[in-house]
Design a protein around this ligand. Structure first.
Ligand code: GMT
Length: 372
């Protein structure tokens, strides 16, 4: 098949998922065309069946806001026509679903039908999408997609609650390449972070408000009082300084390393003992799944779809949003001795296999085939 993929090219989960999906499809022999404003971060190296088309947004002094959506729709028309694409798969509704709708209508006038599949990822529905400045366009373009998928049951249900959607939303869970995450820890790296063999806790995100990174610091503070430990913060974003300030206030700043945005998550996760995800909401929590695939148990909130991947008492624990005391106790219960920790690590790795890339890619292929 010749497939067009539109996504955000950044470190966000939806972009990561879309890029890994495209790469996996290309490996299976499909021709995959990424259409984004910048090379997706996980699209590194040369891959024979992968093509990249950059969306150029022409500016003009009149534009306070360069019209990206228009530029994207025009690029889609061009790429679909010139590369004879069979279908378009857009990730994250805003503004990708509406740009795809526009491209579809333009092509229809020229006699070409292009099926559009929209995958909803989370904040495009629950946070930004429901805002009245976007909601009518989001609902319209979702409803006019040929197929809609959501990355968890929770997101599917939330979408039906928030919008009037007139067609079925299929759940296709996010996936992880389990083999890639089964790395041996690099001893030298572990020693730099935890020279005295301390436990290593980790959080990775875009440090947006929804992630409640201050709760991560609070939990770490309580854990480190009982068990010698270190905290690795991966990623960056608007709430980083809040986390830093709180860490200084609580006197744990020196035990924390902020390593910034990283591509080699598998190497970093390999040295971690526990992953913390304290979000207000996660449709899925891809970062937690990647941690589990690397054999790292997860203490998370029970918000959104997190309970669909993190199994309480098996792969980690789930607490209420903001209940840092409870989540600290949960973390301590996992980290208290080597035997308990080993059990959680093994079960986390085992459970992640249910979401292995090899199970999920065929579901997307089956969906695509319906439109050919
Ligand atoms: O979490 C974010 O702020 C980024 C966002 C994105 O669109 O990249 O993540 C969403 O999509 C991911 C991939 O499907 C999910 O794993 C995340 O749970 C979801 N984030 C939220 O729902 C907050």
């Amino acid at each position: 098949m010749r497939i067009g993929i539109v996504c955000y090219p950044t470190f966000g989960g939806s972009g990561v998922l879309a890029t890994e999906l495209g790469k996996a499809l290309a490996q299976k022999g499909h021709m995959v065309h990424f259409i984004t404003y910048q090379q997706p971060v996980r699209l590194n190296g040369f891959l024979p069946n992968v093509f990249y088309h950059e969306v150029q947004v022409a500016t003009y002094p009149l534009f306070d806001y360069p019209p990206y959506e228009t530029a994207l729709a025009s690029t889609l028309v061009d790429v679909i026509k010139n590369n004879h694409l069979d279908l378009l798969h857009v990730h994250y509704a805003i503004p990708h679903a509406s740009a795809a709708y526009m491209a579809k209508q333009i092509l229809k006038e020229e006699g070409k039908e292009i099926p559009v599949i929209t995958t909803l990822h989370g904040t495009d529905i629950t946070l930004v999408g429901r805002d009245k400045t976007y909601a009518p366009v989001v609902a319209f373009s979702i409803n006019h997609s040929d197929a809609i998928t959501a990355v968890s049951q929770n997101l599917r249900d939330e979408t039906f609650k928030i919008f009037h959607i007139g067609k079925e939303i299929e759940v296709i869970y996010n996936f992880v390449d389990v083999e890639r995450f089964q790395r041996k820890p690099i001893d030298a790296f572990r020693k730099v972070i935890a020279p005295k063999g301390e436990r290593i806790l980790m959080h990775a995100s875009n440090f947006r408000k929804v992630k409640r990174v201050q709760d991560v610091v609070q939990i770490f503070h309580q854990v480190s009082k009982e068990i010698p430990s270190k905290l690795l913060f991966v990623g960056d974003g608007p709430e980083r300084s809040t986390a830093e300030d709180l860490a200084r206030e609580l006197g744990v700043f020196d035990e924390i390393r902020f390593v910034g945005k990283q591509e080699q998550m598998e190497d970093i996760l390999a040295i971690a003992d526990l992953f913390l995800l304290t979000s207000d909401y996660e449709s899925f929590g891809l970062a937690a799944l990647e941690a589990m695939a690397a054999g790292v148990p997860v203490v998370s909130t029970n918000a959104g779809g997190l309970g669909e991947i993190n199994v309480d008492g098996v792969t980690g624990h789930l607490g209420n949003v903001g209940d840092v005391d409870m989540m600290s106790k949960m973390a301590l219960a996992i980290l208290k001795d080597d035997k308990t920790l080993k059990g959680f690590k093994e079960r986390a790795a085992e459970h992640a296999k249910k979401f292995d890339i090899h199970h999920i890619i065929p579901l997307y292929e089956k969906l695509y085939e319906r439109f050919l």
